[in-house]
Design a protein around this ligand. Structure first.
Ligand SMILES: [Zn+2]
Length: 404
């Protein structure tokens, strides 16, 4: 699939008082204003209106963007920028285990400088495709500085795996309007419950989100349910002792739930092969979900049960995973893929997944994710033309009505 090309600009108000106008203003996916105005004071949204706002600002602080749409910048809630170098270098047709083995082999042989250059390039691709907020996962720490020095915001997660209770110090920062720093556990089949609980506790103490991959591969599920199979073999080869992991368990989701790892500050990434009981536990715990459908299809040949998730009250964020398993980091591309592969997802829900639900998952939903009064004033302008709200949403999510 080709990357969608939409002309986008991230708008960052800098003056004390500014009024912005556009042909359309998406306050949130359920509140859209035709010919909308937004007033910003000290980088906070003070007013949204369908009429010209007159008070306060100087005429020179009035900015008319044109016929397109002003909306919240997009959120890519799950990326691994340190894997950008591996784009088109790993064969995804021979199964997940082979893909992981090849990735680890190649990573060991690759110069850090090259990995950094590719990560840097990806950051600008993200920004130029309307993404301002990311949930970036890094096990090596390589992307921390690069992201810090970039215009992107969101959360940088230092990821841990294995069994060793690392003494390594992680940075935790939770400052509004800045990049946040937290920690992540890799997955229930790669990381001991003890290490996961330690890292989850560290993030919780700072009121920061904790990210973890869950229910992604068949090998993971088989291992959690039986302690056998290809993954058990893989861990043994790497001398990872899983005898004290309290396994087997009914499913990866139940495993995490039983260890008290699921709460509203946990982001469960993928949730690809989960049954009704798993989804109920997720709803009960209030944990967030982030889906990466294109990566799931490439690596596992299947898609998460998104329609069911939305029906029972889960509000999934959208992520792309890395360029090692996905053709682009564009959230416009991810939305279009969902449009083409799911029949019963409302355009408004899909846009919320790409904005508000992503911001909520990253713990920044109170100041980002929509253009509601009181939120931060960073905005996205997309140059397009639409006659109706329906046409506007369809153009953003990539729906193309069939030609008769
Ligand atoms: Zn991932």
């Amino acid at each position: 699939m080709n990357t969608r090309f939409l002309k986008t600009t991230i708008v960052k108000p800098v003056k004390k008082c500014e009024i912005h106008r556009a042909g359309w203003l998406i306050v949130n996916p359920w509140h859209i204003i035709k010919n909308g105005y937004v007033k910003i004071e000290n980088h906070i949204i003070k007013e949204v209106s369908k009429d010209r706002i007159s008070s306060g600002c100087l005429e020179s602080d009035y900015i008319d963007h044109g016929t397109g749409v002003l909306m919240s910048p997009l959120v890519n809630a799950h990326t691994h920028l340190e894997l950008s170098f591996f784009k088109d270098k790993l064969d995804m047709r021979n199964g997940f285990e082979t893909w992981v083995r090849k990735l680890l082999e190649l990573r060991e042989k690759t110069d850090t400088k090259i990995i950094k250059e590719h990560a840097q390039k990806s950051i600008y691709e993200l920004y130029n495709s309307g993404v301002l907020y990311v949930g970036e996962i890094s096990s090596t720490g390589i992307t921390k500085k690069i992201l810090e020095q970039s215009p992107l915001l969101g959360v940088w997660f230092h990821e841990f795996l294995g069994t060793k209770l690392s003494k390594e110090k992680s940075t935790f920062i939770d400052e509004p309007g800045k990049l946040h720093y937290s920690v992540a556990g890799h997955a229930p089949h790669t990381t001991s419950p003890e290490l996961l609980k330690l890292k989850k506790k560290q993030a919780s103490l700072k009121n920061l989100p904790f990210s973890i991959h869950v229910s992604e591969s068949d090998a993971e599920i088989k291992f959690i349910k039986t302690c056998k199979g290809k993954w058990a073999q893989f861990l043994k080869e790497r001398k990872i002792d899983f005898s004290f992991w309290n396994l087997p368990q009914k499913s990866p989701v139940i495993h995490l739930f039983n260890h008290g790892l699921l709460d509203p500050l946990t982001i469960m990434v993928h949730v690809l092969s989960s049954d009704d009981q798993d989804l109920e536990k997720i709803v009960k715990s209030g944990a967030k979900v982030c889906v990466c459908p294109r990566s799931n299809m490439n690596l596992h040949g299947k898609l998460p049960n998104l329609e069911k998730m939305l029906k029972i009250g889960i509000k999934p964020a959208l992520g792309t995973d890395s360029l090692a398993s996905c053709a682009s980091l564009s959230i416009f591309d991810e939305m279009k893929y969902i449009v083409n592969n799911f029949n019963n997802i409302l355009p408004s829900d899909l846009l919320a997944m790409a904005t508000q639900y992503g911001a909520d998952a990253l713990g920044i939903g109170e100041c980002a994710g929509s253009l509601e009064i009181g939120k931060g004033a960073d905005m996205l302008y997309i140059s397009l033309k639409a006659k109706t709200e329906t046409e506007l949403l369809e153009k953003i999510i990539g729906y193309e009505p069939k030609k008769i």
